[in-house]
Design a protein around this ligand. Structure first.
Ligand SMILES: Cc1cc2nc3c(=O)[nH]c(=O)nc-3n(C[C@H](O)[C@H](O)[C@H](O)COP(=O)(O)OP(=O)(O)OC[C@H]3O[C@@H](n4cnc5c(N)ncnc54)[C@H](O)[C@@H]3O)c2cc1C
Length: 291
């Protein structure tokens, strides 16, 4: 199918893009990588009267370190995030997750901001943003506001972005000394959206677990953090029993919706397996470290 007709705009500045958004509001859609929006327009699931192409706004792309954050511009392609040495050094979970998105061609065009705005429940970058408590900066003609990821994702394909706003950048807290991270996903075919994915940060202090951040994607309309289920696992020296119990706790902590295609129990068991794999990977890395 072909998209419904629309007026195409290609602003040369952020100010111009924001002016167009303020003028056309819900009648307009931004296009960045086009990897999700173009198929939706072709299927007429989206029919914006105005398409605002932000691909000339190069100031919206790039990875920077600013204080305790790795700041990534909205227009940064997934492959740039995946290959950024700055992200790998200070926020490895972000680059690890970006490298698993779709296929190479999709990573060449798809952008961080486009992925967060699209808000697919199984999207890698949404899960990492939620797990790390990323800060998402939105701009409108009235100025900027910053949202925590927990406020940003409101439901499946639904976010707190107002019709006159655009994402401009995302701040991910940098990894602290003693912290390690792992990202695991399962999809039926290579390159497909994950059925379930998990993102994990474990912070160690004097051989004991001092900090845990565990996020699960694909098991609910928005990615979730399993904070309450993890309290019992803090302060412990991690071993095989600890791994097994925490993986089981993650099984009990999630309540996926029943579906005829993918039963809830399947997502629960997948979560348990992926959490176990992620924890074992981190434990093995720790054992390999010189004392
Ligand atoms: C075959 C295929 C497989 C894929 N597999 C995966 C996968 O495994 N994991 C995954 O996470 N994704 C996957 N994707 C999606 C891909 O990651 C997209 O890049 C992403 O979802 C959307 O990013 P985009 O830059 O292409 O956005 P676009 O398609 O341009 O836009 C998507 C939405 O975001 C809005 N938008 C864009 N930029 C902004 C902004 N700055 N501020 C506010 N709103 C904005 C648009 O208006 C639109 O509503 C896949 C896509 C395809 C086609």
């Amino acid at each position: 199918m072909k998209p419904a007709s629309f007026e195409y705009h290609r602003p040369a500045s952020i100010g111009e893009a924001l002016k167009l958004l303020a003028e056309h509001r819900a009648e307009a859609k931004l296009i960045s990588g086009g990897q999700s929006l173009v198929p939706m327009m072709n299927m007429r699931l989206a029919s914006p009267a105005h398409l605002i192409d932000i691909n000339d706004l190069s100031e919206l792309a790039g990875v920077k370190k600013r204080g305790d954050l790795i700041e990534i511009g909205t227009l940064t392609r997934h492959h740039e995030v995946a290959s950024s040495s700055l992200a790998a050094a200070h926020c490895p979970l972000v680059s690890q997750a970006a490298s698993t998105i779709g296929h190479y061609a999709i990573r060449q065009r798809g952008t961080l901001g486009g992925s967060l705005a699209h808000a697919d429940p199984a999207a890698q970058m949404s899960l990492v943003a939620r797990t790390l408590d990323a800060r998402i900066t939105l701009a409108s003609h009235a100025g900027e506001r910053e949202l925590a990821s927990v406020e940003f994702f409101e439901g499946a394909m639904t976010t707190a972005i107002r019709p006159d706003e655009m994402i401009v950048r995302v701040g991910f807290p940098i990894q602290q000394p003693g912290e390690r991270s792992a990202f695991k996903l399962f999809s039926r075919r290579h390159g497909d959206y994950a059925i379930v994915s998990v993102a994990l940060v474990v912070g160690m202090q004097e051989g004991r677990v001092a900090r845990l951040q565990l996020g699960v994607g694909g098991a609910s309309p928005v990615p979730i953090r399993l904070d309450r289920a993890l309290d019992d696992f803090l302060g412990k020296v991690p071993d095989a029993g600890w791994v097994e119990s925490m993986a089981l706790a993650s099984y009990h902590a999630i309540t996926p919706e029943e579906s005829t295609r993918i039963p809830a129990i399947y997502r629960k068991e997948l979560t348990q397996t992926l959490v176990s794999q992620a924890l074992n990977e981190l434990l093995a890395e720790q054992e390999m470290e010189p004392a």
